[in-house]
Design a protein around this ligand. Structure first.
Ligand code: NAI
Ligand code: MG
Length: 367
């Protein structure tokens, strides 16, 4: 029996519409082969939503997203909507808003090296050899959502009673928030190489000590998974020094923000990095890069991060592992044959192997 999946498409801004079309192409090709059909509903998010409705996240978009089995997003934003006026809507509000409204507390960013692109990394080939890791970042708690304030400190402090602006942010985690993200990491590790690095700053921060305690308690339920505690500063170093040691890396929001950007650059190519944001309901899949306004409308954007987001959707939302493996293998094989979009081409790439957005999508489909 053919299963039908409802997908909410959010093309957004810049190169968004161009790359999401290629993600859709790949889904359509897979449907026939893997006995599934995909139904799409397109909705507005980001700058285009501001232009058409005055809001970055229209209510209708949220309704469509919630009624779907998964959301495929391209990217939002661009200079057209840049503003410092706090009363004007900004495209990013749409992104943060939809993540929050869908309760997407787990952000997964896989980092793997495609052999054919090994020379794109700034690290030595022997250092990145065998790198295949995923960062599991807590996305709805911690410093980014804590109490914050800025005020003028009239009392002053210190020996000279210095007055001036004063500001604070608070880092807070509840046990259940740690538990669900850590559990996510262990479940993910079970389907991979069976190793979890739990990153914290337990030598200094109380939230980190709670994090470590909870991580160890959950670890007891997963005797088949190896758990390693690592302090965040050491983790930052190890990611560059010996990245192949990592399988699943789980950490709180801000550490994860920083470490995932660091880890993503092991590959050296922004156009290849997918991400998934998961919660209790509809999950959201998007490339890690932005809307690339500098190349929008030219048909030259790399659609592979979007296509690899489709791979994650198949894996995590639809449990279509064979279809997901087929996407990964197709991308690998297209790259092995030397096909490149401009961003991943270099001076040894023959001119006739440099292709545009739609041609790259077609190549993946043909594989
Ligand atoms: P960006 O990721 O859009 O672009 C950085 C550079 O990488 C640019 O030179 C761009 O041409 C290139 N690039 C990015 N994706 C590419 C692709 N698929 N193929 C080929 N080249 C690609 O980051 P930037 O320039 O900092 O931000 C541009 C806009 O995107 C801003 O408005 C920003 O707020 C927004 N943005 C949105 C995100 C999202 O929707 N999740 C994430 C990051 C930025
Ligand atoms: Mg970031």
């Amino acid at each position: 029996m053919t299963t039908t999946y409802k997908i909410c498409l959010l093309p957004g801004d810049g190169i968004g519409p161009e790359i999401i079309a290629e993600g859709r192409k790949v889904l359509d090709a897979l449907g026939a082969k893997f006995d599934a059909s995909f139904e799409y509903t397109e909705a507005l998010l980001g700058g285009i939503a501001i232009d058409e409705t005055g809001e970055a996240l229209p209510e209708d978009t949220l309704r469509v997203a919630k009624a779907s089995d998964a959301v495929l997003l391209a990217a939002v934003g661009g200079p057209k909507w840049d503003t410092t006026d706090p009363n004007k809507p900004r495209p990013e509000q749409g992104l943060l808003g939809i993540r929050k409204a869908l309760g997407l507390y787990a952000n997964l960013r896989p980092v793997r090296i495609f052999g054919a692109l090994a020379d794109a990394s700034s690290l030595k080939p022997e250092v990145i050899d065998g790198v295949d890791l995923v960062i599991v970042r807590e996305l709805t708690g911690g410093l980014y959502f804590g109490l914050r304030e800025r005020f003028y400190d009239e009392e002053g402090c210190g020996a000279d009673g210095a007055t001036g602006q004063r500001a604070y942010d608070t880092l807070e985690y509840r046990e259940y928030e740690i538990e669900r993200i850590v559990r996510h990491a262990f479940e993910t590790a079970r389907k991979r190489k069976g190793r979890v690095h739990s990153i914290d700053k337990a030598n200094v921060l109380e939230t980190s000590r709670l994090w470590r305690e909870v991580a160890h308690r959950i670890a007891g339920e997963y005797p088949d998974v190896e758990v390693v505690d690592m302090l965040v500063d050491n983790a930052a170093m190890q990611l560059i020094n010996n990245p192949a040691q990592f399988d699943v890396v789980v950490t709180e929001n801000m550490f994860g923000d920083i470490l995932s950007d660091e880890a993503s650059m092991l590959t050296g190519s922004l156009g290849m990095l997918a991400s998934a944001s998961l919660g209790d309901g509809t999950a959201l899949y998007e490339p890690s890069h932005g809307s690339a306004p500098d190349i929008a409308g030219q048909g030259i954007a790399n659609p592979l991060a979007q296509i690899l987001s489709v791979e994650m959707m198949l894996r995590y939302s639809f449990d279509m592992q064979d279809a997901a493996d087929a996407v990964a293998a197709a991308v690998e094989s297209v790259l092995d044959e030397g096909w490149r979009t401009g961003d991943i081409a270099n001076n040894t790439t023959p001119k006739d192997r440099i292709v545009g957005t739609a041609a790259m999508g077609d190549l993946v489909v043909s594989k």
